[in-house]
Each structure stands twice: as C-alpha cells, then as structure tokens.
Design a protein around this ligand. Structure first.
Ligand code: F6R
Length: 614
C-alpha cells in the first residue's frame, strides 16, 4: 500500500525520488506525486493519476530542481484515484506539503471543524486534514513546525506514516509514524526516507526504523533528531540493513513473481541455515532455546495471520498438533482482533506475516499481549513492526518479496513452522526419535526436490494455455494439502482474475460438485499418501461429470494419469512436507495462466503488497 520516499542532502532529489517510487511500485498504487523545494525556496507539488511513468511524463517540462523532496504512490482509501486526491497535499497557504500512508479515522470530524473555522479543502482525502490541521495549529498558536506537528498528531485517531515539507524551512523534512511503517536511511550529511528499505538500500545500509508515536526531524548538517509525542528526545537505534540491491531487482526474469518462485530452493536453504543440522540430527531455533519455558508451557497455540500467511498457519496447525500434541487454532487476524476472543495467560500466539506490517495481524499481536499471552512472530521483513511488537520469533530469511502474490514467503513460513514444531516436540518428548530424524533429514532435502519441480516450468507454461478459457476453477486437497488447495486458488484468482475456490476434497460432495461440467477445470492435489484412495474417488466423481482434471500426483502414479487430463508428477516426500513441493506447480500454473491472459502479474489490480490499513 501507499509508498513513501524522501530525500534531503546535496544531490538532486527528483531522480532519486522517482527511482525510489519505482522500487516501491510492488506495493500496489493508483496515483503518484512528488514535492520539491528548489534553491529559491519555492515549494512545488506535481502529481497525477496512474503510474510513476505518468508522473515522469507530467514532470517533463516542470522545474524539478532541488535537493529536498518527498514523493508518494497512493492506494486510494478516501476519495477516488485522481490527480486531485493524489499526494502530496498542500496546506491552504501552500507553505506546507504532506504525504501520508494509513487511515485517519476521525478525519470527517476534524475536517468539519476546520471548515467551520474557515479552512478551505481541495481534495476528498483524510490526508489533507492532517496538513491543514498542522497549519491551523501553527498559525493559531504561533508555534514552530515540530510543535505544530506533535500537537496535530495528538488529535488524530488512526494510522499514519507522514512526511512533511515547509518551504520556510527549506533544509528540513519532518516525518512521523503510528502503526504504518517508516524507515530513515542515514548517509553522509544526507537522509533518505522510505516506507520500507527498498528505496534506500542503494545509498546506505544504516537505517532507523521509526517507532510508533515518534517524530523525526531531518535537517541538513545536523544529526537525526527523534522526539516522542511528549517532545522527549529519543535515542533511535541505528541498524545495518541485511539486504542487497540484487535481491530487489528482477535479475533477468520477466517478473518478480517468477524470480521468486525460482529462488525457493536457495531461500529455503537460507531459512534452514544454522537451524537444521542433519549430521547432528538436530533442529535449533534460537527463540525456542531462549524462551523454552514459555513455549513448552503453552496450553494452547493460536496462529493469527491473513491471506497466504493464514494458509501457512493452517499447515502449521496440523504439524504442531501432530508433533507436539498442543491444541492449535488458526484465526484470521482481522476476525480475532474484533471478536472478544478468549486469551489466557498460558496461551502462545504465533503471528505469521511476510511483510511484518499487516495492520490486522499487528493489532492481533497487540491484543494478545495486552491479555497476557506470549507472542511469537514468524516474519520476513527484518525490523518490521510485528517482529518488534512480539516477545520473540523466527525470521524466515527468504529475502525481500517484491511480487504482490506471495510465493517464497509461503514456503519459508511453512519451513519455519516445521522447524518450530520439531524443536518444541523434541523438548516436550512428544515425537519419536525415528519420526524426528526422518523429518529432519527429509526437510533438509526439500530444496533439491523443489528444483525438480521447477524443471517442469516449460511444461506447466504450455499446458496453462489450455486453461485460459476458464471462468472458474476448483482446487481440491486433503489433510496437509487442503491449505495447498486454498493457496493454489488464491494465487490464481489474485493474478489472473479467474474465480477459484479451494476445498477439502471430501467437501466436494456437499455443494461444489454442482458446479462441475466440461468447462470446469479441477486441480486436485493427490500424492500417494494416507488419503490417496479417498481423493482418487473424488477424481472419478469429477471425471463422471466431465470436469477437466489437472492432478498433482506422486512420481510413478499410473492410476490417476489414466483418468486425469493433465498430470504433474511430484517427488515423494513425507506427508507433512508435501505442501512445500505441491505448492510449486500451483504457483507456476497461476503465473503462466496470468501471463497468457496478459495480466500484470507483479502488480495485480486492486491489490497491495503490504496491507497497512485494516
Ligand atoms: C497473497 C498475499 C496476501 C498476503 C496477506 C498477508 O499472495 O500475498 O494474501 O499473504 O496480505 O500479508 P503478510 O504476510 O505480509 O501479513
């Protein structure tokens, strides 16, 4: 969702702002804009509906000079996507310009009050209320900008990351955050700003992740100053980024999504590095070592997540229950946070999130902590809000995920959940030595098996053409592969815009079978496991109704291959690890169907990578 970029230093700001916005395009947006202060202290705002390239075209004949600037990609919440509603927004006098990520829930009341006091608005956005309020306070109370910002923020209810320019203070950017991410890069007498580190990484690896309710003042020639909302000066921790430029570029692939699908063997190696040791027959997670007591005493585990991360949670539930004999519930974070859930002090909450910024998951974490639960995070983005709000956790270490459709983060999350289940089960003594050893060994071999699946890319690309006609898809799986079916369906719908439903295969008879006819592709995950015979019966039932069957089977299966229209063979593995293999061809299928249909795979319509508003 909305991307924020800022620069203050001695270089020309505009090219860096544009480059930064392009790096943030993956987050999803519908309009873009920039504000610059030139040498004469003139503050200009340029903005337009559409892509960053439209903004560039718009700026071609404009004065884009200046070494202080802020820029934004907007994902509409209040007010339609339009040039008028795009950020930055001026204050009434045009002395100030602001960009904002988040939602101001009480904007209507504040706007009404400001209008009754004679302030004129230009847009429909909640964001304009912030800048008008700051200016109103500045003028009425005759205070400096920092004080006006702090006082204004006290009146806001909601979430925000903001950056602000004042043309009377041409060597300064003020930024603030509450529940929306903001990263400050520290260079040599220059500062960079980003809603994540991707626009910053090529200039500096020294960053400060701003904390909630803090305001940062970046002034040329001065140290970074951070105050809290009571104006107490804070000492922000300067961290070193563990990310390189290659990780956020396409590296020869046509799309980030394909690159990320292909990166999975290496990503899972990284995820397991130093944690899975086959020779020593051991899985070690430092969080489990450090917080053994809290985790082993768990009477119940609740996994909270959204979307793909929720699907990973469903797999985690089965593995943890099976290995550790601890009851696990999996909740949509958005439902959990609002339904007055029973949370006991002996509960462990596991928050799963790629971005570490999902607003609902973050709120669920805070709710769980307020109620005395112990909270464990499984995240990808280092230093993001959820890992900072949890008691402990394990990063999945799969590198930045840029494609909007989550792929490598999903397999990384499942891998961490398997490692967590193994480490806990070993400590609890709830797993046999034989099972433990076989899962440890098999897990370490998963990257090689994924490579085998990736060799089928051309074949899947070819057969995906035969599916582009479809308006609906059904995905079926059982046990560990039921969440794989859900995830396969989600991948297809979000990037190809074909309606798809995932179901536990046995549920087919309870409704979805009515949909099956010769136009209906049904993807069935049918490895040779405990459920094989049951799923085989489902396949016969689909065939009898002339459904088109795309089956994922174990290598050497010659029964289903005679019935199904298309068959993809998977290397055999342990049942609990099947999702790590079966999800790969489904990612590729979704990708190729979307490409065949000419869709924007990396930035599907209406979607945002990091859902920082609820
Ligand atoms: C789907 C997808 C989303 C995310 C969801 C949660 O491909 O990416 O469903 O999984 O928005 O995001 P995180 O994991 O960042 O909390």
């Amino acid at each position: 969702m909305c991307g924020i970029v800022g620069y203050i230093g001695n270089r020309e700001a505009y090219p860096m702002l544009i480059k930064g916005l392009k790096r943030l395009e993956y987050r999803g947006y519908d309009s873009a804009g920039a504000a610059l202060i030139n040498q004469n202290g003139e503050l200009s705002v340029y903005k337009t509906k559409g892509k960053v390239s439209d903004l560039e075209a718009f700026c071609q004949d404009k004065d884009i000079s200046g070494s202080v600037g802020i820029a934004h990609t907007r994902w509409a919440t209040h007010g339609e996507p339009s040039s008028l509603n795009a950020h930055p927004h001026y204050s009434e006098s045009k002395n100030l310009a602001i960009i904002h990520n988040g939602i101001i829930e009480n904007y209507a009341d504040l706007k009404k009050k400001l209008i009754s006091d004679g302030v004129h608005f230009r847009s429909d956005t909640d964001t304009e209320v912030i800048v008008q309020l700051i200016e109103y306070i500045q003028t009425k109370k005759n205070v400096d900008l920092l004080t006006a910002v702090r006082l204004a923020l006290h009146q806001l209810i909601g979430a925000y990351a903001i950056a602000l320019l004042d043309k009377r203070e041409k060597n300064q950017i003020i930024a603030a955050r509450k529940q929306s991410p903001l990263v400050i890069g520290i260079g040599d007498n220059e500062f960079f700003l980003g809603s994540d580190a991707t626009p910053i990484i090529e200039y500096t690896d020294k960053v400060v992740y701003l904390d909630d309710d803090n305001v940062a003042v970046m002034r040329l020639g001065e140290e970074l100053k951070v105050v809290n909302n009571m104006n107490h000066e804070m000492s922000p921790e300067v961290r070193t980024l563990d990310m390189n430029l290659g990780q956020i570029e396409k590296g020869g692939y046509p799309h980030f999504m394909l690159k990320e699908i292909f990166e999975q063997p290496e990503c899972l190696e990284n995820c397991m590095r130093g944690r899975v040791n086959v020779d020593a027959n051991k899985v070690m997670l430092s969080a489990v070592i450090d917080y053994k007591k809290q985790l082993l005493n768990a009477k119940r585990i609740i996994i909270v997540a959204c979307g793909t991360s929720w699907h990973a949670g469903l797999i985690g539930k089965q593995i943890i229950e099976s290995f550790c004999r601890i009851p696990v519930e999996v909740e949509y974070a958005s439902e959990f946070r609002y339904r007055n859930p029973v949370i006991n002090s002996g509960d462990v909450i596991i928050a799963v999130s790629q971005s570490g910024e999902t607003a609902d998951t973050l709120a669920a974490v805070k709710l769980a902590k307020e109620n005395g639960a112990f909270v464990f995070g499984i995240c990808n983005a280092i230093g993001s809000s959820i890992p900072r709000a949890t008691d402990t956790g394990s990063y999945i270490h799969v590198g930045p995920e840029i494609g909007v459709a989550s792929t490598k983060a999903f397999t990384g999350q499942v891998t961490v959940l398997v490692m967590l289940a193994l480490a806990l089960a070993k400590e609890k003594g709830t797993i046999t030595d034989e099972l433990y050893a076989s899962v440890v060994k098999e897990l370490s071999g998963i990257p090689e098996k994924i490579k085998k699946m990736l060799e089928l890319n051309d074949r899947i690309s070819e057969l995906s053409r035969t599916f582009t006609y479809a308006h609906n898809f059904l995905y079926l799986g059982r046990g560990y592969n039921y969440p794989v079916a859900l995830e396969g369906a989600l991948k297809l719908k979000e990037i190809s815009y074909i309606h798809a439903e995932g179901y536990p295969a046995a549920e087919m008879k309870h409704g979805p079978i009515a949909l099956i006819d010769s136009d209906m592709p049904v993807v069935v995950v049918a490895p040779h496991d405990e459920m094989y015979k049951k799923v085989l019966s489902n396949i016969q039932e689909i065939k009898a109704r002339r459904g088109k069957i795309f089956a994922l089977v174990s290598k050497g299966d010659d029964t289903i291959s005679k019935i199904a229209d298309e068959v993809i063979e998977m290397p055999e593995t342990l049942e609990c690890l099947e999702p790590l293999i079966a999800s790969i061809p489904l990612q590729l299928l979704a990708y190729h169907v979307a490409v065949c249909k000419g869709k924007d795979v990396d930035q599907p319509r209406n979607l945002a990578k990091s859902v920082t508003v609820e």
